[in-house]
Write a protein of this length. Structure first.
Length: 642
């Protein structure tokens, strides 16, 4: 392992066993890349083997992933020794011992003696005291082995190799010397002779590892791990926030029940006990589900944290070979992890508790035996959470215009966002991002280098803005400042940010772009007029599919296509808290409201809300409020269903 000067050598967490909380002794790693002391994992296996029904596997103590053992190793007492050793961690332990001047002479240690080591043999990977070093040099077979002083390594006076041998996981004691490009697998001599002799592209391990730290693949993996880690952190926080909100909702329901009780006190005592039991039962049921989801996410995050720590440490302190091997190990596990991550996300549901009161509650004592039904409501985690409050029928409710904000036009591309206490709009003619208060007063503005087209949130305080120059401007929405730029080679008008990707819409093309590296991940064609897109995730999106057509795609399959001669030049698309779809008909001067399965509910004339040619529509989260921008006048109508 090459040791180069670095700002910190503190990677104790990577070298600490999570079972005994001590520095590893004989580190062994599992397929999920979690590492444990040989004795610790052996004790764990023996303590759990009797509880498990299977005789061929055990679960990782951290992430609970199954570790399958070969049928030939049916005795659990031998499983720990059969696990591969973590040479990278062992090498890091040597480094720490050298740094702290704690390295003991390996030859003396073998003879039950204890002397501090002064030098290191790169070939044998052993530390020697002064006398053992002389003996080592006196043997013909080891006389020419490179010897370095530990003090030179400890002070980082120059880059020094302290570990040059990596051993094969399949053949004990055999050193890795080659690499099969055909199978992306490191090989010892036996591997190359027995299993890969017919492979066409087998090269030396040094050649395969050359430049791996700075390779595009290594950079992409490091970026992907950090992004996935962030996504998991966000999901865990959202589950915790949901748990808190759910507690508040249940308390709110109990308060509502208490208020009703005051009005019909003589008859409500019996009903109160019944409904409180029901609420507590449903609360317990939902709490268990949320707890299970958090446990699953935290297990996945633990895995990604471990991979990130290993790989980042390898990139900073490991050799090229170690980087290659760790990269391969992580990639071997990515598919299984990705499946678990995708399955976990798809199975997540938001829960709310609703109390559906009936219209005769005032005469409750005379006419009814219950005031309503309490139930848990589950929605996809990627959809807005149901707004709890007044009961509005979004299919037939009236539309109220709260205010019209004049941003001045004409012929201006206007997009925007609902923030916590403000609106943020993009104005293409002035090349500005504008912040307004909810009462319609302009607060501040940000001048951009080019005409902005669309805007979407990346997190609570950061948004991305697409522009005419195919450049994304990343801005801080609180301070309205420019943070950085992302330049991509794909044309863009409207877009959505989902799970670390930009999904770009332009003319008749949709493109999936990695938001960190700007690399194009995927591209597909539509039948045209695709200016804007609404996406719940990369495989579930709604976009214009022609001059009077809008389609919804789920897993590369059209689940509905809406076609209407009263819809001309579809532009902005959004959904409300019930999943209804709204499409701005720019050319037809109207807004089409569809049910979540693509059936027409009603057509709202733009003139009814004071606009001419609607451009973008955006709903406020957990609310019946939305705004619509107008291309022709530069106005924004803020509306609400009542």
């Amino acid at each position: 392992m090459a040791i180069a000067p670095d700002q910190t050598d503190n990677f104790d967490d990577l070298l600490t066993c999570t079972i005994c909380l001590e520095t590893f002794t004989g580190p062994k790693y599992l397929p999920c890349l979690h590492t444990f002391c040989t004795a610790c994992i052996n004790t764990y296996i023996l303590s759990t083997a009797g509880k498990e029904k299977t005789k061929t596997s055990f679960k990782c103590p951290i992430c609970r992933q199954d570790v399958l053992m070969a049928k030939s190793t049916a005795n659990p007492e031998t499983w720990a020794e059969k696990l591969p050793g973590n040479h990278f961690v062992a090498s890091m332990m040597d480094r720490q011992a050298i740094r702290r001047s704690e390295k003991i002479c390996d030859s003396c240690k073998a003879n039950n003696e204890s002397k501090n080591a002064l030098s290191w043999c790169v070939v044998c990977e052993e530390a020697f005291c002064e006398s053992c070093e002389k003996c080592h040099k006196s043997f013909k077979i080891s006389a020419k082995h490179p010897i370095v002083l530990l003090k030179d390594i400890g002070t980082n006076k120059e880059p020094v190799i302290i570990s040059s041998l990596i051993y094969c996981e399949e053949h004990s004691g055999e050193v890795i010397k080659a690499y099969c490009v055909d199978h992306s697998k490191p090989l010892c001599t036996l591997c190359a002779t027995l299993s890969h002799r017919k492979c066409e592209d087998v090269i030396t391990i040094e050649k395969a590892a050359s430049g791996i730290k700075k390779s595009e693949k290594a950079i992409e993996l490091s970026t992907e791990l950090k992004e996935t880690n962030k996504q998991l952190s966000d999901l865990i926080q959202s589950r915790k926030d949901l748990t808190t909100d759910f507690e508040k909702e249940t308390e709110g329901l109990l308060t509502t029940i208490s208020t009703i009780k005051d009005n019909i006190i003589k008859h409500l005592n019996k009903i109160e006990n019944q409904i409180e039991d029901e609420i507590k039962s449903l609360k317990k049921e939902a709490g268990l589900k949320l707890s299970e989801q958090l446990q699953t996410l935290e297990s996945l995050k633990s895995t990604v944290n471990n991979w990130t720590t290993i790989f980042d440490t390898c990139l900073q302190h490991g050799s090229e070979v170690q980087c290659l091997l760790e990269l391969n190990r992580i990639y071997e596990n990515k598919v299984k992890f990705g499946d678990a991550f995708t399955r976990g996300k798809s199975e997540m549901k938001n829960v709310s508790m609703l109390l559906e009161t009936n219209d005769i509650a005032e005469k409750f004592a005379e006419r009814v035996a219950a005031i309503g039904v309490v139930k848990l409501v589950e929605t996809n985690a990627s959809c807005p959470k149901l707004f709890i409050g007044k009961n509005v029928n979004l299919h037939s409710g009236n539309l109220n215009v709260i205010q019209v904000i004049d941003l001045t036009g004409p012929n201006v591309y206007l997009s925007g966002l609902f923030m916590k206490d403000t609106y943020v709009f993009t104005h293409s003619i002035s090349s500005k991002v504008l912040k307004y208060s909810y009462n319609g007063n302009r607060l501040t503005e940000l001048k951009l280098p080019n005409h902005p087209y669309d805007i979407d949130l990346m997190n609570d305080t950061t948004a991305a803005v697409s522009s005419k120059s195919n450049t994304f401007y990343i801005i801080n929405t609180n301070e309205l400042t420019l943070c950085r730029k992302i330049v991509n080679t794909v044309q863009v008008h409207g877009f959505c940010y989902v799970n670390g990707e930009f999904i770009l819409a332009y003319n008749n093309t949709l493109s999936w772009i990695n938001s960190s590296t700007a690399f194009k991940n995927e591209q597909t064609r539509t039948d045209g007029d695709t200016y804007y897109i609404y996406a719940q995730n990369r495989k579930d999106y709604i976009c214009a599919d022609g001059s009077n057509t809008v389609s919804r795609m789920v897993n590369n399959t059209k689940v509905f296509t809406y076609i209407s001669d009263k819809l001309v030049n579809p532009r902005g698309i959004d959904i409300d808290c019930d999943g209804n779809v709204y499409i701005c008909g720019h050319g037809s001067g109207n807004i089409h409201q569809l049910s979540n399965d693509g059936k027409l509910v009603r057509i709202i004339p733009a003139e009814s809300i004071g606009l001419k040619h609607p451009w973008v529509i955006r709903f406020k989260k957990n609310s019946y409020q939305f705004f619509v921008t107008c291309y022709a006048t530069g106005k924004v109508a803020v509306c609400e269903f009542v």
